[in-house]
Design a protein around this ligand. Sequence first.
Ligand SMILES: NC(=O)c1ccc[n+]([C@@H]2O[C@H](COP(=O)([O-])OP(=O)(O)OC[C@H]3O[C@@H](n4cnc5c(N)ncnc54)[C@H](OP(=O)(O)O)[C@@H]3O)[C@@H](O)[C@H]2O)c1
Length: 239
Amino acid sequence: MNGTALITGASGGLGSAVALELASRKYRLAVHYHTGRNRIEQVTSRLEAETLTCQADLQDKASIEAMFSKVAAWAAGRLDMVVHCAGVTREALTARVSDAEFDRIVGINLRGAFEVVRLSAAIMAPQGKGQIILISSRAALKGGEGLSAYGASKAGVCGLGLSAARELGAAGIRVNVVLPGFIMSDMGKSASEGAKTKARREHLLERFGSPDDVASFIAWLAGAEAVTGQVFNIDGRPV
Ligand SMILES: NC(=O)c1ccc[n+]([C@@H]2O[C@H](COP(=O)([O-])OP(=O)(O)OC[C@H]3O[C@@H](n4cnc5c(N)ncnc54)[C@H](OP(=O)(O)O)[C@@H]3O)[C@@H](O)[C@H]2O)c1
């Protein structure tokens, strides 16, 4: 067994690919979902690994804390890796983003990631070892029309990850941030036709990204013991 990993958003397109990849590399997996109970059941039915399924709403601190307590009890207090994939977006021009919608997107993507980092570190620090991988987005670096709330939240995730890496290195905890390409998950499919066309056109191979590319990169990163405090762009669109 390679260790115990928690994957948030494992009911989604990217998180499910990460779960399958880590299961094939002999991790014991806690897989998280929010509303996609059927989807997480489909994912776990394909995992050849010891698995715990847990539900949490990233908008609700108590719910995230309860998930970590459940994972810690299941894993006898040991957690080697957290891959935080859960997130949301909704395209809307800045002038049309309501206060509530801005708060929802930033609350789930950034505040949620903040809680995940704090709770992961609390388990990992006494171990003197662990790693946290946060999924951000190209929108953090390049922005995008209709992506001001999403881009702001994901830029925050980069800042969060880089700061956490500096603070947690002394405790043996690695923190890295991964920016996937444009992937045709539910999130990718929900983008406007204009955004999809632009993403494909900007890719130097004129294609979309693949969840498997990101999942294999994450599996590599898992074993890269000297790598921390980095932002990785797993994409074919130049920065
Ligand atoms: N797809 C892309 O092109 C792309 C590009 C760059 C970055 N990303 C980032 O990659 C990550 C994964 O995206 P994806 O493409 O896999 O999207 P996805 O298929 O839509 O999956 C989103 C995941 O987030 C979970 N989630 C949504 N709202 C939540 C909440 N309130 N609390 C807890 N979990 C919640 C969903 O859970 P349920 O389905 O169970 O409700 C699902 O597991 C996201 O952080 C996204 O921003 C995606």
